[in-house]
Design a protein around this ligand. Structure first.
Ligand SMILES: [Zn+2]
Ligand SMILES: [Zn+2]
Ligand SMILES: [Zn+2]
Length: 301
């Protein structure tokens, strides 16, 4: 059975680490693998259970973590409950934070899924009715982004309702359609954010684009640029060197007209050409950089 990829395009760094794996009961599984993430949403059929391919796939995933909250147990007690009631699960470690929250590391996806589905009912019968188990937030956030598409250059006069209709017409299941506003100027932008029910629906739109009657718009899996763009010639923001109007080389170290490798200013005599602050003009700590960063974020959220 072929398993589906969690998305196309999008956040490349994350995408590169996303692999497919088979999962029981069709539940979305997430595996943290040496600090990277893997996700799947393909249902596992009985026929494929325990095949060599499965075993091979599972061995690629050393750790899958889950958060357990709302239990009044110590580590050994939790260990023993799992030991007695979920004998065949493979768990590499249990961590208990000072605030009483457990992180449980399963060795394979099967163990991960069984923990997710079976542990809280077992805990409930052992006097831990308030137990809640969930996937770590950092992973959930990435999973959520897999369902989001941005459509740019949507003319201001087109209401969100027309876009919702257009999506329905092609059987795409959107949960939310919202035009982003520029929060600084408090005006609507030409960007529409669409949250879909799952990554498949999102990917379909990214592939086909958005057709609203006779108008067509391109869709992207995520905002392409969330970092300010800085010209390496003049060190100003929002254009690249190719489109630099001044073509006047500015030194990132002292702000004079020469390349940084020709700078003779003392290394502690930094002067940013943008903010006049005592740092490199390329520093992420620069107030001008932070201003630009904020401007972009205001556009997105
Ligand atoms: Zn420039
Ligand atoms: Zn210089
Ligand atoms: Zn600065």
């Amino acid at each position: 059975m072929p398993s589906k990829k969690g998305g196309t395009g999008g956040n490349k760094q994350v995408q590169n680490h996303i692999n497919s794996l088979n999962v029981q009961q069709g539940q979305t599984a997430v595996a943290v693998v040496r600090g990277t993430m893997a996700m799947s949403h393909s249902p596992r059929t009985k026929a494929s259970a325990g095949t060599q391919a499965d075993l091979k796939k599972q061995s690629n995933f050393s750790i899958t973590s889950l958060i357990l909250e709302g239990v009044k147990l110590n580590k050994l007690q939790l260990n023993d409950i799992i030991k007695h009631h979920l004998k065949d699960l493979r768990i590499s470690d249990i961590q208990l934070s000072r605030s009483g929250i457990f992180t449980i590391y399963a060795i394979n996806v099967n163990s991960f899924n069984r923990l997710l589905n079976e542990l809280t009912p077992i805990l409930a019968t052992n006097g831990q009715a308030t137990a809640k188990i969930h996937v770590p937030r950092s992973i959930r956030r990435i999973k959520d982004m897999e369902k989001v598409a941005f459509v740019k250059n949507i003319d201001i006069e087109i209401p969100e309702s027309r876009i919702t209709e257009a999506l329905k017409d092609v059987d795409l299941d959107a949960i939310d359609v919202v035009r982003l506003t520029n929060k600084v100027k408090n005006i609507p932008t030409k960007i529409i954010k669409i949250i879909f029910i799952d990554p498949q629906n999102r990917n379909t739109l990214v592939h086909t684009g958005l057709q609203v009657d006779s108008m067509h718009f391109l869709a992207e899996p995520s905002m392409q640029n969330t970092k300010p763009v800085q010209c390496y010639i003049c060190l100003q923001y929002n254009h690249v060197a190719k489109y630099c109007k001044t073509k006047q080389q500015i030194c990132a170290q002292c702000g004079e007209n020469h390349r940084i490798d020709q700078c003779i200013a003392a290394s502690d005599a930094l002067k940013c050409s943008n903010s006049k602050g005592n740092h490199l003009a390329t520093s992420n700590e620069c107030a001008t950089f932070k201003e630009q960063e904020k401007r972009i974020q205001n556009l997105i959220y």
